[in-house]
Design a protein. Structure first.
Length: 157
């Protein structure tokens, strides 16, 4: 099965309208009575409460970008430090830059463009079945054909 890694970096700074009910902060659970609040991950935050879990820097000030992984909220620098190295594409063996969407299969990572059957170039969608054989990505058809040629396909009556 195919997994996609996706990042959602977006912080919005909103000014609070005086006539609206104060929003609760997702960090400290108190009401936000400041003039400005931050909106990120579909939640509202005090400017002081949206912080990097690693270095405590205020993310509202750091280029308005945040990164999440495994329920951690991180600044770009810490995200890169912890998760930035995605490694080399198992198909074309070129480096995959951090923050690019990748396909994962077992321990291998692939560029999105490289993740296709290596015999017939068929692309896979999320949820499609694919097979790994000798570290080659194969579609079901080519995988079964390969088994047949090698003569250990399951007996079909
Ligand atoms: Zn707060
Ligand atoms: Zn940080
Ligand atoms: Zn590649
Ligand atoms: Zn194929």
């Amino acid at each position: 099965f195919v997994f996609l890694d996706k990042l959602e970096p977006r912080i919005q700074m909103l000014s609070v309208q005086p006539d609206t009910k104060p929003k609760g902060c997702a960090g400290c659970n108190r009401k936000i009575k400041d003039r400005y609040l931050l909106k990120a991950l579909d939640k509202y935050w005090h400017e002081d409460c949206l912080k990097c879990a690693c270095c405590d820097c205020r993310l509202g000030e750091v280029g308005s970008t945040l990164y999440t992984k495994a329920n951690l909220i991180l600044c770009r620098r810490d995200y890169l430090r912890l998760f930035g190295v995605t490694g080399n594409c198992a198909a074309c063996s070129k480096l995959i830059p951090a923050f690019e969407m990748v396909m994962r299969a077992k321990d291998n990572v692939y560029h999105l463009d490289c993740f296709a059957c290596q015999l017939c170039n068929q692309r896979f969608c999320v949820g499609d079945k694919f097979f790994l054989k000798n570290n080659m990505i194969l579609c079901q058809t080519d995988y079964e054909e390969g088994l047949m040629k090698e003569g250990y396909a399951p007996q079909v009556r």
